[in-house]
Design a protein around this ligand. Structure first.
Ligand code: GLN
Length: 569
């Protein structure tokens, strides 16, 4: 029996005979593609921006016509970050298929404009879970199950899952954490093994490090990077490329020194200087020829046209605003802006679309206790956005902010818990339903205007059990939502357990609320709006997760436009 590759080659020869060149091109791309693998590790310190570097490199390769995806391997033991407090880990990013993932996947989507999935984010917990499940099923019968080879094999299996789909030319794998962390060891060991299993030209390692500047000495220092590369080589990995984060330009002699001591080519020392915006990084990496160096090392052609026109147009608008507004982002985790990463980025995209600079005023909802607080914190803003969230802390402040926006006709945007707070506020202060609340916060409330979803009532496990991922929503004619989206049916991503209680719907409608978006299968209210108000909209889903540089989310774009209008009133 000839191998599939052989059959394919014969078919190609036949096709050439029949002059079907187009077919040949497609088939040889799809069937004979051997995906290349790029691993990105980090050293010296965390928070150097491996996610942004990975996304920027992917963007450049995509702009050259390659099909690229990025996956992140996280060394913690949680199965996913869904159960982590945002203070621990920043925002939990939800994919179309309902995976609760690391916030770097948000960067990947915002840069590449291509959805990710569960396969793009794997944790140590998930690796061990799979191995232990297999052990119980008897898959390793008779064997002692060990980190090497069983855990490392499972890591490698996951490394290659996306590349095996045949959809990608290049798969970039970001290894979370720092070289030297105990937790990262099995991942690095798996990378080391993969390097010996794949042809040399199909795999490379980029190491991201820090070149600190010592003010008193007036010098950039290379020693931490040398040590970090040494640690990596102790794990059996010699990096091919160094990306060096720095506050100042790296002069030629320092680059030479890094190349010499860290065992890399001079052109493989890439400077990554602090940028004004993360969206500048692809162009900075292009200037440093990171993409070219990568392609050469992977034996891939470098002579394609690079299409970054739309990206540059976005940057042009981002950098040349013609107006400026202040948006209050009312939340519970505001000390850590990463907790609301996608919202902040969606505002940046919408700002650029409107050629408007957005100043986000981060407001801790607990500070909004009385009228004086509301006036102090919200009196000067041009838009109020109430953030998603869970639990009781700060909830009354969010409800107060909803009232302040409604009564003062300030553009309002409530997201998930933000929408639920708007419903509670309206119930209490307009419908006169005393002590109305969300069942999540007060199960004893006489008016649970936000109630637990029916299917959630039987669930006891906390991890991965919310209503997650993409669901359809139908928009009513002649509503703000329909006008903004410009279509009847939309799909948006969710992450919640509670919902608008439809038993109260008539009372809300009679008092002027419009339920403008409804899930066609469950009747769940997905969008509320208040037509009497200048701009008042609340959504049960997370529009911020779908906003990208090339596709800013229409709800954010309109919110910013309304804020500009409000300022000019
Ligand atoms: N805590 C609310 C719920 O579970 C809202 C969740 C959210 O804002 N993501 O329904």
């Amino acid at each position: 029996m000839p191998s599939p590759k052989k059959i394919c080659q014969t078919q190609i020869k036949l096709a050439i005979l029949h002059n079907r060149l187009d077919w040949v091109k497609k088939t040889s791309m799809a069937n004979l593609r051997t995906p290349k693998h790029i691993f990105v590790t980090g050293g010296v310190t965390s928070s150097l921006g491996k996610g942004i570097i990975s996304a920027s490199l992917a963007k450049l390769l995509q702009a050259r016509g390659f099909s690229v995806t990025i996956q992140k391997f996280d060394p913690y033991i949680n199965i996913d970050p869904g159960t982590l407090n945002p203070y621990e880990h920043g925002e939990c990013y939800v994919t179309e298929d309902g995976a609760e993932t690391d916030l770097d996947l948000g960067h990947y989507e915002r840069f590449l404009n291509v959805p990710t999935s569960q396969a793009n984010n794997i944790t140590t917990g998930r690796i061990y879970y799979n191995v232990i499940t297999k052990e119980r099923q008897g898959e390793y019968l008779g064997k002692t199950v060990q980190v090497v080879p069983h855990i490392t094999n499972e890591i490698k299996r996951n490394f290659f899952l996306l590349s095996e789909t045949g959809k990608y030319d290049i798969v970039i794998t970001e290894i979370g954490g720092c070289v030297g962390d105990i937790e990262s060891l099995p991942f690095l060991e798996a990378v080391r093994q993969a390097r010996w299993e794949l042809p040399q030209e199909d795999i490379l390692v980029i190491h991201l490090t820090l070149i600190p500047y010592l003010k008193k000495a007036g010098e950039l220092k290379t020693k931490p990077t040398q040590h970090s590369v040494k640690l990596l080589s102790e794990a059996g990995i010699q990096p091919n490329i160094l990306v060096c984060r720095t506050e100042y330009p790296i002069p030629a002699e320092i680059r030479k020194k890094l190349a010499l001591f860290c065992n890399v080519h001079l052109n493989a020392v890439i400077e990554s200087i602090d940028a004004d915006s993360i969206y500048d990084v692809p162009l900075l990496m292009k200037k440093e020829k990171l993409d070219e160096t990568v392609l050469q090392k992977l034996h891939l052609p470098t002579n394609q046209e690079i299409n970054l026109e739309e990206w540059k147009a976005f940057l042009g608008k981002l950098k040349n605003p013609t107006s400026e507004v202040t948006i209050a982002l009312v939340g519970k985790y505001v000390e850590l802006p990463d907790a609301y990463k996608s919202i902040a980025e969606a505002l940046i995209h919408a700002g650029a679309t409107n050629e408007c600079k957005i100043n986000i005023q981060w407001i801790k909802s607990e500070n909004l206790v009385n009228q004086a607080d509301l006036e102090h914190y919200l009196g000067e803003v041009e838009g109020i956005l109430i953030a998603p969230g869970f639990g009781e802390r700060g909830i009354e402040g969010k409800i107060n902010a909803c009232r302040y926006a409604r009564e003062n006709d300030i553009p309002f945007f409530g997201i998930c818990l933000g929408m639920q707070c708007a419903v509670v506020e309206f119930a209490r202060n307009v419908l006169g339903l005393e002590n109305a609340h969300s069942f999540e916060i007060n199960p004893q409330t006489p008016h649970p205007v936000i109630d637990m979803m029916e299917e959630q009532k039987k669930i006891t496990d906390k991890g991965g059990t919310m209503r997650l991922g993409s669901y359809p929503c139908e928009l009513k004619d002649k509503t703000l939502a329909k006008q903004i989206y410009g279509k009847k049916r939309i799909n948006e991503r969710h992450r919640h357990r509670y919902e608008f209680n439809n038993q109260y719907l008539n009372q809300f409608v009679e008092a002027g609320i419009v339920a403008s978006g409804i899930n066609p299968d469950s009747d769940l209210v997905e969008i509320i709006e208040l037509p009497k108000h200048r701009y008042y909209i609340g959504v049960q889903y997370h529009p911020e997760l779908k906003s990208t540089v090339l596709n800013p989310h229409p709800l954010f774009v309109r919110f910013v436009r309304e804020a500009i209008g409000y300022k000019a009133r």
